[in-house]
Design a protein around this ligand. Structure first.
Ligand SMILES: [Zn+2]
Length: 296
């Protein structure tokens, strides 16, 4: 997937108090403390002059992880901006106005209007604050799921490893933005209303249909973005379809405090997810994403 050199969204933020910040400062204090014990260097002096802390003859390595994170952040900003461009277009064509969601990158734990979430939650959208939440370990996990980072083939650089999972990651972000679109269109509210009035089995079915529509919306986005900037490369669609089969929204249900019922909830949806994503992708039309008609 091609993404370099395009606009990045200004709606992406990082949540404070992440593990990296804490790790960095405590690490620095420990090193400074050791210098003080061994050489009699005042720890405060050592902290103020980073050179001393990072010294010992080798180049400073303390900023390496941040470089990798920055690449992921830049990627997320470009993908979110791509969704903004496309959904503004689609809403404008319908004589309406698109309201952009926020996206929060978090590390470890985060508080949302839908409750607190941890790294185990997975990516999710919270309608209460119209925000997509993305744990930074999500990128690592996706690369592993796609068999990229784990293989350690030859001298693959980090940049190459990142490239292979790009579109699958973009697809997941587009799916969460799909939930935002459902919220703007009032679909989510109608589904929630309907779910209160039906049996548990029917309620689960409505949830699945809502998920499939978000997949279809992700497909519509991919098609429209392809028309706009020709960003797809060979293998990208297979990548997304692979991801669609692997990412279950049972984790999403956990995040929003709903009871997870795997048999009823996820059974058979892997193939359905691929079907609906493909439908959106081939049509590039939101109207092809009516997963609900004749549902119950
Ligand atoms: Zn979803």
């Amino acid at each position: 997937m091609k993404w370099q050199g395009r606009r990045g969204s200004s709606n992406v933020r990082s949540s404070t108090g992440g593990g990296k910040m804490i790790g960095g400062s405590i690490g620095g204090i420990i090193i400074a403390g050791i210098l003080w014990l061994v050489f009699g260097v005042n720890p405060m002096t050592a902290l103020q002059t980073g050179q001393v802390v990072a010294g010992g003859g080798s180049n400073s390595t303390s900023s390496e992880p941040a470089t990798d994170d920055d690449r992921d952040t830049r990627f997320v900003k470009v993908v979110l901006a791509d969704t903004e461009e496309v959904w503004h277009q689609i809403f404008n064509e319908a004589g309406s106005t698109y309201k952009e969601p926020s996206l929060i990158l978090f590390n470890g734990q985060v508080n949302s209007a839908c409750g607190s979430a941890s790294a185990a939650t997975g990516p999710f959208y919270c309608p209460g604050d119209q925000t997509v939440y993305l744990d930074t370990s999500f990128f690592v996990e996706m690369r592993q799921n796609l068999g990229i980072a784990g293989d350690q083939q030859g001298s693959g650089t980090q940049e190459n490893q990142g490239k292979a999972g790009d579109f699958a990651q973009a697809y997941v972000i587009a799916h969460e933005v799909g939930h935002h679109v459902q919220t703007l269109l009032g679909i989510s509210q109608q589904v929630n209303e309907a779910r209160r009035q039906v049996t548990q089995a029917q309620s689960n079915k409505l949830s699945v249909l809502q998920e499939l529509q978000a997949d279809c919306f992700a497909g519509v986005w991919a098609q429209r973005n392809q028309e706009r900037v020709q960003f797809l490369e060979a293998g990208d669609i297979d990548e997304a379809i692979n991801a669609a089969g692997q990412i279950g929204d049972d984790r999403l249900a956990q995040a929003s405090g709903r009871v997870v019922a795997p048999d009823n909830f996820t059974h058979g949806t892997s193939q359905q997810r691929v079907e609906w994503f493909t439908r959106g992708l081939e049509s590039g039309n939101v109207q092809s994403c009516d997963t609900f008609s004749g549902a119950l």
